[in-house]
Design a protein around this ligand. Structure first.
Ligand code: E4P
Length: 223
């Protein structure tokens, strides 16, 4: 499973890259605006750090304009992936961008049928939004499971990118569902490392090693 970081924050990306756990990045207007810098400038900074796919969202409802923006974004860095919304215009733009060889991430996907449409439109990635579905009392992960099954059934090259993940259990269930990619906030990535028994066990090992070292030094001093 590939791990993408769902952020436009450079420090978070730098840390995840250092851990070897940043296979790509997903951004959206909400994430970029938080960083207080112009869209293109921020993406160019991210592209200096990340060699994997960087999703950059188009900002329009119109297919022609999405294609225009997508073609422009694709010149920013060789690993830019164009995000289009799961709408008739978005899927039309997806098909046209794919015909030009530009990778596309179909975002704002909330149902299995929408994932099927993205597969048929030749999307590189389809992004079911798990957390936002959970928020309204649906089983968001079921859309991931269904999407994985659908792309398998028909041999679509589309990768299922489990999105809107809010906690470590979302990552586990997305992995069990066979999602090709999970994109997560930095906080969730950090949480994946955590287990109380790991912390307690490591503390004890270090304390015992220090005790042993002290014993050896005492013994050396005696002889
Ligand atoms: C990823 O591409 C999406 O933009 C993101 O996962 C949305 O997450 P949210 O529902 O937490 O905003």
């Amino acid at each position: 499973m590939k791990f993408f970081l769902d952020t436009a924050n450079l420090e978070e990306i730098r840390q995840a890259v250092a851990w070897g756990l940043c296979d790509g990045v997903t951004t959206n207007p909400t994430l970029v605006v938080k960083e207080g810098r112009e869209h293109k400038a921020q993406i160019l900074e991210i592209a200096k750090m990340v060699t994997g796919p960087i999703s950059v969202e188009t900002i329009t409802n119109d297919a022609d304009e999405m294609v225009r923006q997508g073609v422009a974004y694709a010149t920013w860095a060789p690993n830019v992936v164009i995000k289009v919304p799961m709408t008739p215009h978005g899927l039309q733009a997806c098909r046209r961008l794919r015909e030009r060889g530009i990778p596309v991430n179909v975002t704002l996907t909330f149902s299995a049928n929408q994932a099927l449409l993205a597969g048929k439109a030749g999307a590189t990635f389809v992004s079911p939004f798990v957390g936002r579905l959970d928020d309204i009392g649906h089983d968001g992960m079921q859309v991931v499971r269904d999407a994985v099954q659908i792309v398998r059934n028909y041999g679509f090259e589309t990768q299922v990118l489990a999105s809107s993940l809010r906690h470590p259990l979302h990552v586990t269930t997305a992995a069990l569902a066979g999602a090709h990619v999970a994109t997560m906030p930095f906080k969730v990535l950090e949480q994946l490392f955590k287990h109380t028994l790991t912390d307690v066990g490591q503390e004890r090992f270090l304390a015992d090693a220090a005790k042993l070292q002290a014993e050896l030094e005492k013994h050396k001093a005696r002889v």
